[in-house]
Design a protein around this ligand. Structure first.
Ligand code: SAM
Length: 284
C-alpha cells in the first residue's frame, strides 16, 4: 500500500490523476447537493456493508471526503485493503473550482465503481443490446453485480442464490442503480428446485458450478436464448479457492455439455490472482 495521500491536495492535482476510480464518502444528502462529476457515492457509515460495491483491490481510488471525518475515511478504506491515490477534502472553494472546470454535478447520480463480470459485459456489447428487453436469469448471483448490470441494460432479471443476506444486498445494489430485480432464495443443488420459472432469453452463471444443474439450465433457456458462463478451471486450486474437483471445470467441459448450442465464445480468462476460468457464450 502506498503512503498516505496528502490531505487537502489541490483540485488541480486531483483532476489530473484521473486513472483511479472516483469515490465520494460524504453523506447522500451532501453528495446530492454537489459532487465531482461521475463519482460514486458510498457514505462512510455504509462502507463496511457495501464493500462489495468497491472495484478490484488493484484499482486505486480517488476519494472525496469531509474535513471532519477525513482520517476515519482513510483508515476505513485502507483497512479494507484499498489504496487511495488522491484525496479531495470538500469545501465551498473546492465546489466553486469544480464548477468552473465544469466538473460539478448535483442530484442522485447512479455512478458505480464496481464491475460486472467482463464476459457478461462482452456478451451485452456484442449480442445483448439487440434483445435487451428480454428476460434474464442469473444463477448463484451473490450480491448481484451481474444481475444489476443486466437490469441497467434493459433486461428483466430474475436472480437466484441460497444466501438471503446476499440477495438483500443484491436488491440494494439494484436500488442504488435505480433498477429492480426479482430475487429467489433457493438451493440450486436440491434435487427438485421448487419454483416455476419461464424459459429465459439469457442465463448467466458466474463463478459457480454444479454439473447436475446443466439439464435444468437447458430446460429453462428459450430457443435462441443465450447462455453466458464463467467459472474456475482446473489449476485454480494452486492460487486459491475453489480447490475441490467438483467445483473445477476441465477446459472443454462446457462446450461438451452444451454441444447442441451454437458456441460463440469458449476461451480461458485468467483472473488477476492467476486463477484460470473458462469464459463461455453459446446460443440455443
Ligand atoms: C463465488 S460466488 C459468485 C457470485 C456471483 N455470481 C458473482 O460472480 O459475483 C458463488 C455464489 O454461489 C452461491 N451458491 C453456492 N451454492 C449454492 C447453492 N447450492 N444454491 C444457490 N446458490 C449457491 C453462493 O451463495 C455465492 O453467492
Amino acid at each position: 500500500m502506498g503512503s498516505d495521500p496528502q490531505i487537502g491536495q489541490s483540485v488541480d492535482s486531483f483532476v489530473q490523476n484521473n486513472s483511479a476510480e472516483l469515490l465520494d464518502v460524504r453523506t447522500k444528502l451532501e453528495f446530492e447537493q454537489g459532487h465531482y462529476k461521475a463519482a460514486a457515492n458510498i457514505p462512510l457509515s455504509q462502507i463496511s456493508e457495501r464493500v462489495h460495491e468497491f472495484p478490484n483491490r488493484n484499482i486505486p481510488l480517488r476519494v472525496c471526503v469531509n474535513q471532519e471525518n477525513c482520517q476515519e475515511a482513510i483508515a476505513s478504506i485502507k483497512q479494507k485493503g484499498y489504496q487511495i491515490q488522491n484525496l479531495l477534502v470538500w469545501n465551498e472553494l473546492v465546489k466553486n473550482k469544480l464548477n468552473e472546470l465544469n466538473l460539478l454535478e448535483s442530484g442522485n447520480q447512479k455512478n458505480r465503481i464496481w464491475q460486472p463480470a467482463r464476459v457478461v459485459e462482452y456478451f451485452q456489447s456484442q449480442w445483448g443490446h439487440h434483445i435487451n428487453k428480454g428476460i434474464a436469469l442469473d444463477l448463484a448471483c451473490g450480491t448481484g453485480r451481474d444481475a444489476t448490470y443486466l437490469a441497467t441494460q434493459g433486461w428483466q432479471v430474475t436472480a437466484i442464490d441460497y444466501l438471503s443476506n446476499s440477495l438483500s444486498k443484491a436488491q440494494e445494489l439494484a436500488g442504488h442503480q435505480g433498477v429492480k430485480i426479482q430475487t429467489h432464495c433457493l438451493d440450486l443443488e436440491d434435487k427438485e428446485i421448487a419454483i416455476e420459472l419461464p424459459a429465459f432469453n439469457l442465463t448467466t452463471v458466474v463463478r459457480y458450478l454444479h454439473r447436475p444443474l446443466f439439464p435444468w439450465i437447458d430446460r429453462h433457456l428459450a430457443k435462441n436464448g443465450f447462455l453466458v458462463y464463467q467459472t474456475f478451471l482446473e489449476g485454480s486450486e494452486k492460487f486459491g479457492q475453489p480447490k475441490r474437483p467438483r467445483f473445477l471445470l476441465k477446459y472443454g467441459e462446457l462446450a461438451k455439455a452444451f454441444s447442441h448450442y451454437r458456441i460463440l465464445l469458449d476461451e480461458v480468462e485468467y483472473l488477476e490472482d492467476g486463477r484460470p476460468t473458462n469464459i463461455f457464450i453459446a446460443q440455443k
